[in-house]
Ligand binder design. Structure first.
Ligand code: BEZ
Ligand code: FE
Length: 279
């Protein structure tokens, strides 16, 4: 491998500088990154103007990040990388509930509420009873499972996107199962919404002719001692965007039929059981 840079051996020359004393995993990842990056530049014969555009794009992506906004995660989500990392790291047996993308709108410390509570605090939207059980792979109920749930409001925004407009903790709550593994709470039937598209990721989507919409869903983070934490959504069957989710989060097993007027407690009913994989 030549010590000086040549087009032909570019990646080998760069990777040849990595110290054998550096972390083996870091070495593996960085060498693969350099190999793939150089291969990309060669494949598309990248021009200096295009490289400058790419650097400008990444610069603006970083500049938009704050403790309220994570444009890099949005980039990872819209490129399908978040879902791929999740898929590789959460291979589960067939009957365990599947993971999907976590998203940027979870807030730790949501109110702990008794089963059956209402979580919608702004009076908007169509009420929906969410109910079901948390089970192990053999169908036995799991006691002491914590369900941390969150959704957008009827206008398609999470409370954290509209501070001072929506009440704090609107459409959020935490529920702990008893011995029967049962959960229930009343939220709203979620609506589809666009991911934040006023930054570089939105510009990228527009330039590629992609829309920014996510199909309607309720988020669930389900954890119980001795089980793999489940990060998932339940999607509303029939939503326009199920086959074109901007962040590729939809899995067929996570789509539920929402039934109208099926319960006296709310306008809609969503029944869904969660099956946890052992840790
Ligand atoms: C969400 O479902 O909250 C979400 C996920 C990925 C990107 C943006 C939003
Ligand atoms: Fe969401």
């Amino acid at each position: 491998m030549p010590a000086h840079f040549t087009e032909q051996h570019s990646a080998e020359t760069v990777n040849g500088r990595i110290s054998p004393e550096s972390s083996p995993r870091l070495r593996q990842i960085m060498a693969a990154l350099v190999n793939h990056l150089h291969a990309l530049v060669k494949e598309v014969q990248l021009t200096p103007e295009e490289w400058e555009t790419a650097i400008g794009f990444l610069t603006r992506t970083g500049q938009l990040c704050s403790d309220r906004r994570q444009e890099f995660i949005l980039l990872s989500d819209t490129l399908g990388v978040s879902m791929l990392v999740d898929a590789i790291n959460h291979r589960r047996p067939g009957n365990a509930t599947e993971n999907t993308v976590f998203g940027p709108f979870h807030v730790a410390g949501a109110p702990e509420l008794p089963m059956g509570s209402r979580i919608s605090r702004d009076g908007k939207g169509e009420s929906c009873l969410f109910t079901g059980r948390v089970l192990d792979l053999d169908g036995r109920p799991i006691a002491g499972a914590v369900l941390d749930v969150w959704s957008d409001n009827a206008d398609g925004f999470y409370d954290v996107q509209q501070p001072g407009v929506q009440p704090d903790w609107n459409n959020r709550g935490r529920f702990t199962t008893g011995p029967d593994g049962h959960y229930s709470f009343i939220g709203i039937k979620p609506v589809s919404y666009p991911i934040p598209d006023d930054g570089p990721v939105g510009q990228m989507l527009a330039a590629l002719g992609r829309h920014p919409w996510r199909p309607a869903h309720m988020h669930f983070l389900v954890s119980a001692p001795g089980f793999d934490r489940l990060t998932t959504h339940v999607f509303v069957a029939g939503d326009t965007y199920l086959d074109s989710d901007a962040v590729f989060g939809v899995k067929t097993s996570l789509i539920a039929d929402f039934k109208r007027n099926a319960t006296a407690d709310a306008e809609w009913l969503c029944q869904f059981d969660f099956v946890l994989n052992p840790a």
